[in-house]
Design a protein around this ligand. Structure first.
Ligand SMILES: NC(=O)c1ccc[n+]([C@@H]2O[C@H](COP(=O)([O-])OP(=O)(O)OC[C@H]3O[C@@H](n4cnc5c(N)ncnc54)[C@H](O)[C@@H]3O)[C@@H](O)[C@H]2O)c1
Length: 496
């Protein structure tokens, strides 16, 4: 007899040896012998119907990571690269070209998909040549910020699916143009490089917030601090702006578009809306090396968040800092709610703190959620029993201590291919980038097959996510330069 587990695998498949007794099975010990059966990725990837024919525009630091991540996604078929640097083009050809191993057997290069007859990798010095290549079906765009929108617009016009790095557009107008164009081309997939949307950890945090495990969000505090001048070594002064484009505002929105865009995306996602206004201060106060983008920024981003069931809104603030002179707290987000807080960081995990006085309520809620009961979280309010203030030195000491927290464990998806393959070593940030690129390929296949539900499930960082992620950063730059509050309503009427 073969029973099926929740994961859809037959029990017999897990019980490799006969050593497990009936008692063992009955007590649930079988679970520890569970080894999910890998889907036949090779077979899936070999089927030309599953191939996604990829072109890569810009393979520097990030483009290289997207490219290597895509190689490991089943069905990726690399076709071409476009980069102005010859070294990058040669790198692509070297990585993808099949070669004979010591036994004379053909090995496929870094991308394991067996290349069809007649396949030959192409390297272009001009991205327009790549866009004119009819064999390229989808592109990644990982060039300096000012090039994202022009390249993405031309790619969409050429009928290619696009994975465009963040921050989406370099001007507010370009971001709107992209939304309009993508909406006019429902046959194409357009994804933005906000990979936190694909992170099981951040998905878990979003679920916890939606489940009411911190009550209502009062404020979000976030930063991306690092002790790093953000300047790359430049062997030839003529290449300064090609290599260090981030330091010059003709190419980049600086720390706001480079770093805050990721974190304002998290705030948008959790709050379910876009910012209403931004104010802030920033400057070139430390690195007077010719750059004209700020080396430290400090912002207050205001949201108007609907109050559940009331038809009115409440202001929730996202406060943000990015410093290049101190790395004490690296990139992370602290979400402060009426009943608890969550601190989360892409590489460092997540923690859940419960407010004094709310512990019992949150425990009951958790139990109900775990047992699968549908629960409507109680309305947030200040809640919590206020502790009496302690005096003098005790108060100082207790301020420096952190309250105990529960570690947040992301949900596992045992059925997805990502469980059975690994990102290549050297990818910039392995997990969520790998998932994001894999989802892009899944979305393209779903689109081709007319499977709209699957497409929607795969595409989490769409053009609207990109729009909400980019525009507040551009507003922040205006706010800091002009020393004033910049409002969403200066550019857009109502909802966008
Ligand atoms: N999602 C993320 O976590 C993440 C992380 C890092 C960078 N990024 C984004 O990725 C983009 C690239 O950043 P990077 O660090 O890889 O920069 P980079 O300078 O390392 O790479 C840029 C590449 O683009 C190429 N390039 C420049 N102009 C070109 C043109 N006209 N045509 C074709 N290629 C051209 C360069 O030669 C280089 O290889 C930026 O927008 C950045 O914000 C995103």
């Amino acid at each position: 007899m073969s029973t099926t587990t929740d994961d859809g695998y037959s029990r017999r498949e897990f019980l490799g040896s006969a050593t497990l007794t009936t008692a063992g099975v009955a007590t649930g010990l079988a679970f520890h012998f569970l080894r999910p059966k890998a889907p036949d990725l090779r077979e899936f990837g070999e089927n030309p119907a599953n191939h996604v024919r990829m072109g890569y525009i810009g393979i520097g630091n990030r483009g290289g990571s997207l490219m290597r991540s895509s190689f490991q996604a089943p069905g990726c078929l690399p076709i071409a690269v476009a980069d102005i640097r010859e070294s990058q083009r040669e790198d692509f050809i070297r990585r993808v070209t099949p070669r004979k191993d010591e036994f004379g057997k053909i090995q496929e290069g870094e991308c394991p998909t067996r290349k069809p007859e007649g396949w030959k990798p192409r390297a272009y010095d001009d991205y327009r040549k790549l866009l004119a290549d009819p064999d390229v079906e989808a592109v990644t765009i990982a060039t300096p910020h000012n090039l994202h929108a022009p390249m993405a617009i031309e790619a969409l016009e050429a009928g290619k699916h696009v994975y465009c790095e963040k921050a989406m557009g370099y001007t507010i107008g370009e971001n709107q143009d992209l939304v309009d164009l993508v909406e006019s081309k429902p046959q194409l997939v357009f994804q933005v490089g906000h990979q936190r949307r694909y992170s099981p950890l951040y998905q878990r945090v979003k679920q916890m917030v939606d489940d009411g495990l911190i009550g209502e969000i009062v404020a979000i505090r976030s930063q991306w601090n690092q002790k790093n001048v953000e300047r790359r070594p430049c062997p030839d002064p003529a290449l300064e702006k090609v290599i260090n484009w981030r330091l010059y505002s003709e190419f980049s929105g600086g720390l706001a578009t480079e770093f805050m865009s990721h974190q304002v995306d998290v705030a948008n996602w959790l709050l379910g809306t876009h910012p209403d206004s931004v104010l802030g201060s920033g400057g070139i106060d430390w690195y007077t090396d010719g750059r004209d983008t700020y080396d430290n920024i400090h912002l207050i981003v205001d949201y108007k968040v609907p109050i559940p069931g009331q038809g009115s809104t409440r202001r929730v603030r996202f406060t943000y800092t990015s410093l290049m002179q101190n790395s004490h707290v690296g990139p992370s987000e602290l979400i402060l709610g009426t009943k608890g807080s969550i601190e989360v960081c892409l590489s460092g995990g997540g923690e859940h703190f419960v407010e004094p006085g709310a512990a019992e309520e949150i425990d009951t809620l958790k139990e109900a959620l775990e047992s699968g009961k549908k629960v409507v979280p109680a309305a947030g309010g200040p809640g919590g029993v206020q502790k009496k203030a302690k005096a003098g030195a005790t108060l100082v000491a207790s301020c420096l201590k952190r309250k105990p927290a529960a570690v947040i464990v992301p949900a596992e998806n045992r059925g997805h291919w990502v469980k059975f393959t690994k990102p290549l070593e050297g990818a910039y940030d392995t997990g969520e980038t790998f998932l994001a690129v894999g989802a892009f390929l899944d979305a393209i296949r779903a689109k081709r097959a007319g499977k709209e539900e699957e497409f929607k499930k795969a595409l989490k960082a769409d053009v609207h996510v990109g729009f909400w992620g980019a525009v507040p950063c551009l507003m922040a730059n205006i706010a800091m330069r002009e020393e004033r509050i910049v409002r969403w309503s200066e550019f857009f009427n109502g909802a966008s």
